[in-house]
Every structure is written in C-alpha cells, then in structure tokens.
Design a protein around this ligand. Sequence first.
Ligand code: ASP
Ligand code: MG
Length: 419
Amino acid sequence: MSTPLVFKFGGASVKDADSVRNVARIIGLFTQRPMVVVVSAMGKTTNAFEEIVEHWSRNELGLARKKIDAIRAFHFEIIEALFEAPAAIKSNVEELLNQVSAGIDRIDQSYGEAYDFIVHHGELISTKIIAEYVGKSTPTVWQDTRLLVRTDNQFRRATVRWEETTHAIQKRIDLDKVNIVQGFIGATASGIPTTLGREGSDYTGAVFAFCLGADSLTIWKDVPGMLNGDPKTFQNTTKIDRLPFNEAIELAFYGASIIHPKTIQPLKKKGIPLHIKSFVDPTAQGTTIGGVDRATPEVPNFILKKNQALLQLKTTDLAFIAEHHLSSIYQLFADQGVVVNLMRNTATKALFCINHDPIIVPKVMGELTGLFDLELVTDVELLTIRHYRKEDEERETKGRAILLEQRTPDVVQFVFKTR
Ligand code: ASP
Ligand code: MG
C-alpha cells in the first residue's frame, strides 16, 4: 500500500454548503490513496446537541425536540443547496435524528452515556452529507468510526484502546478510496458510543495517522497556520513555519487552542509530521510540526486561558500546608475532574488557578468546606508567555492587577482579573 494521507476538517470548515464544496475541492487536489478524511460536526452542531442533553437532563423533552427540529432545518438547508436530488440523503439524516428522539425518551442512562449518545450524532450527520457530496467527484466510502476507534467506557472523555483500534483501522480502511470518518467519537467493545472530549477531532486525526503509519496529518483551519498567539487576543502575531513536537506539546499544554493537547503525542511517537494549513488558501505553506529541533522563526508564544477561577484554601488552624493536605486536595480534584492550570502554595495557603466549570467548582467547594477556609476569586484569566522577553511581559501586564505570578527560565504565567 502506498503511504496513507490523513486530513482533518473541523466544524468551521463544514459550516455551510459553500464550505462543503471547498472541502471537496481540497480533497480533489490530492490523488494519494488511501486518504482518510476526519470530519467534525457542522458549524456549531455539537453545542446544539449539548443543549439537547441539558434539556434531557432537566426533563424538558419538548424543548429538546424543538432543538432537534432546528438541527434538522440547519442540515436540510445545506443538503438542498448541495444536491439536485436530496431526498435520499435527507432521509439518512432524518433517520439519525429519529435515533436521537428515541434516545431522549430513554431515561435509564447515566448523564455521560446519554451525552455521548446524543452528541455523537453531529459527526454521523456531517459525514453522511460530506461522503455523499465528495463521492460525486471521487471514489469515496463512508466509514463508521464506532467500528474503528475502540475506547473504554469513560463517557465524555473516553480513552482509546490502541491495539484494538489499530487492528480495526488497518482491517477496514479502503486502500483505494477516500475514507470519510467521524472525528471525536468512538465506541466501547460492546458498541456503546463514546466521545473523546470536546474538540477531540484533531486527536481522532492523530489516532488514524498513528494506526496507519501515515505520511502526515493535515489539519485544515481558517487561519494560515499556527501563530504565536491568538490574533483575536494579541496584536502583531507571527506565523510559525516549523515547530518541534516538544514545543507543540508544551504550547498545547498551556492552552494554545489551535491543537487539541492529546494530538501531538501519537504523531511524535511515529515521527509523523502535522501540517496545519488554511482551507481558504490550501496551497499556502502553513505550519509543520515535527522533524525539526528548533522553531522557525523563534518567537515568544502567548496563550490566554479565559474563564478561570482562583481557588484559595487556607488551613483553618493556621497549620502549615503539608503534603497530606495537598494529596487529599488533588485526590478530590482528580475524582471530580477539576482542571488545575497553575498551583502555588505558601505557608498556610494553597492557591489553584482552575477552569471555572459551573457544575464542578461549586461541588468541590462544598466538599472542601469545613476542612479549609475557602476563597474563590472568579472572572479570572491566566496568561502564559513562553520564551518571554522583558518587553513582552511589560506590554502584556501593563495596568493589570496581578493576582498570582509564577516563572521558570522558559515560561512566565500571570493570573489576572478579567478586564
Ligand atoms: N464536534 C466536536 C466539538 O465541537 C469535536 C470537534 O469539533 O473536534 O467539540
Ligand atoms: Mg466541532
């Protein structure tokens, strides 16, 4: 077999009929086979399905059905613009939405299992439409990722079982065709659908690339490549042409949202380069991660994590914060799924900059009440500068009240009140 090529298209690249045409055009630029094309749900469909889950969990089934109607209308409009004879593909989508309807009538599932069942339909629908459309111009096969990406049953953040997944992917991928597969989803050994965590389709791309020993993984984006900061937040950003794997792992860890944090590891293991390219300008160079020791150009990187909270725990009797305190706090965090982005302790206080999850944080606060004196500062953000220079730091912190600061020779981080 010639070496496979893996592409990934996110929600923004399949948000309407024109963007689907563009995806087909980009696929048409490449003749190498097998090609695996990982696709996310269209536009903001995953958010819409999450709202259905919320309605389901509050037993607001009428509202849930209204939302299903809106999802149907959104996809039907795209289908009608793409196909001259849309009836068959519309009925495919209808069938999938009927499954969701039937699903919300079932009440015997845990929240996580219901979430994955409902939400994973976004990718099933988008790939049905895209496979049908791409199939008009090139031999294409729709593949069911639930038969390919095998996971454990940690719903909403399932872990890939590599051996079974490799086996299934190698067995089922059609070597002569474009294989359209769903990102973000998988299934347990008994076939129950799971998801890999929000924005998980990049990671799915890496899973396929790894299991197939692909030439490369290309993630097609609405930006020209990886910049050294989010241009919506930072001024004068620079495109990075090449970046070592390790550097990309670090940036993803600190929250560079351009790549899902788990994406790089599997690629690095097999030395498979990751290209980030523009779906608006597909022949432009983009960014390549891997295969180099140093970045070009070597510039500082800026990462802002919003929606943070600063949780301060003080011992009630002014005893020193000791290892046993920290270990019980972290145990609780791990059990409840609290994401700690920065930690610092002083003699009697432990400070945690955490993701301000509206459900998890109050729960954890409840569990810690009585054990510590608690203070929660909300409306907080975390700025990380990697390879910082004095002038960057001064510019970015000017006029801001710093709640917490931490530095190593490579990285400086600031917790601020949100402006
Ligand atoms: N559709 C999923 C999400 O929006 C997965 C992805 O886009 O990567 O989170
Ligand atoms: Mg998405």
